[in-house]
Design a protein around this ligand. Structure first.
Ligand code: PLP
Length: 362
């Protein structure tokens, strides 16, 4: 059985050695020493100013909206995981979908401006599969119209753009440390910003807006535990090795797949990629379904990701928005894209088998 992802697990004794310290201290959560240590190591690894580790990669997006007082229209991508849209709806914002670029499936900066109204407050874009959006073009529009930029950078851990961590861009970037991601702490996430005041607000939000006898503001519980931090501390030193192993798997697919009838998304110039996913795009959904059946018959489980295009989810489109929300590129790609198994210890012989099945069924 080969799944689309497989979590990296550190040496068991290395993990339990850290747990021993937790048992000794009886400090289980609430900004504990392991969490603080992970935050410091991660800031250094990524080269970012403020980084707060939180409970997952969804709540950090909600905190970002709340901290910047965003309650109205947000121009966003229809090609992302449903969490991106969910947070907008959950926080009472109106998602306005701009279509994606046909080459890399990230938000198309040229589609943003016509959608801006007096109610537009922010742009929320996803760095799709860990590849960078057109960051300069998006920032130029944000500057022109005084909009905030929030990046759902859930896929980008370890990826760099123009020599800097992708997480360093935008007013706020967020990452997920879910078990399926390039770096993980079982569950977890972080929020990154260069703004001192925003960082303080977010730090307070993370813990109910409350510290000692001070109640600063409304808040939420977005804390993460020492047990999660221990996993993160074991995985972080391995990230470069894990990315190198992913790169090798990526190369094996590239060498074996027949690209006459399939394609894969382009990488943005300036990216140092983290090889988070290996998506392929077929000529039609019919071909995709045929390939999925053939893979499943061989006990290989790929994932339709991202699918469906978020602007087509009935609950995700505000009433009356109608045709204005059509995103033909995203709708077409979402029907035809498939994420193939991709993880650091996927054997070359399995990549060979997967590629052969795909080549024989397109
Ligand atoms: C994984 C993911 C999330 C959600 O992260 P969690 O840590 O699972 O809450 C959000 N957006 C994207 C693009 C993701 O891939």
């Amino acid at each position: 059985m080969i799944n689309v992802t497989k979590s990296y697990l550190p040496d068991f004794d290395e993990y339990t050695a850290l747990l021993k310290g937790v048992w000794d201290r009886v400090h289980l959560t609430n900004d504990g020493p392991l969490l603080q240590k992970l935050e410091e190591q991660m800031k250094e690894y990524l080269g970012v100013k403020h980084l707060l580790i939180c409970s997952n990669g969804t709540i950090v997006l909600q905190m970002a909206l709340k901290a910047m007082n965003i309650t109205k229209e947000v121009i966003t991508t229809p090609f992302s995981y449903v969490a991106t849209t969910n947070v907008l709806l959950w926080e009472g914002c109106t998602p306005v979908y701009a279509d994606i670029r046909p080459d890399d499936f990230c938000l198309d900066a040229d589609k943003i401006e016509p959608l801006i109204t007096e109610n537009t407050q922010a742009i929320m874009a996803t760095h799709v599969y860990g590849n960078a959006c057109r960051i300069e073009a998006i920032q130029a529009i944000a500057d022109k119209y005084n909009l905030k930029v929030i990046y759902d950078a859930a896929h980008t851990f370890g990826a760099r753009y123009n020599g800097e961590a992708i997480l360093n861009y935008g007013d706020v970037s967020t990452c997920s440390f879910h078990a399926t991601k390039v770096f993980h702490s079982v569950e977890g996430g972080c929020i990154v910003t260069n703004d001192d005041e925003l960082a303080l607000t977010l730090r307070r939000y993370r813990s109910f807006g409350h510290r000692n006898d001070d109640y600063y503001s409304v808040g939420i519980n977005a804390k993460n535990s020492e047990l999660h931090a221990a996993m993160g501390l074991c995985v972080l030193p391995k990230v470069d090795e894990l990315i190198a192993a992913r790169k090798q798997v990526f190369g094996w697919y590239d060498a074996r797949l027949n690209f006459d009838k399939i394609s894969r998304p382009a990488l943005t110039p300036g990216i140092e990629y983290n090889y988070a996913y290996y998506p392929v795009v077929f000529e039609s959904e019919e071909t995709l379904l045929r390939v999925v059946d053939a893979l499943k018959a061989a006990e290989i489980t790929p994932r339709r990701y991202f699918y469906p295009s978020l602007n087509t989810l009935p609950f995700a489109v505000p009433p009356g928005a109608g045709q204005a929300q059509a995103c033909p590129v995203s709708e077409s790609v979402a029907l035809r894209v498939l994420a193939l198994p991709m993880y650091p210890d996927l054997p070359e012989s399995d990549v060979d088998r997967i590629a052969t099945i795909i080549n024989n069924h397109v």
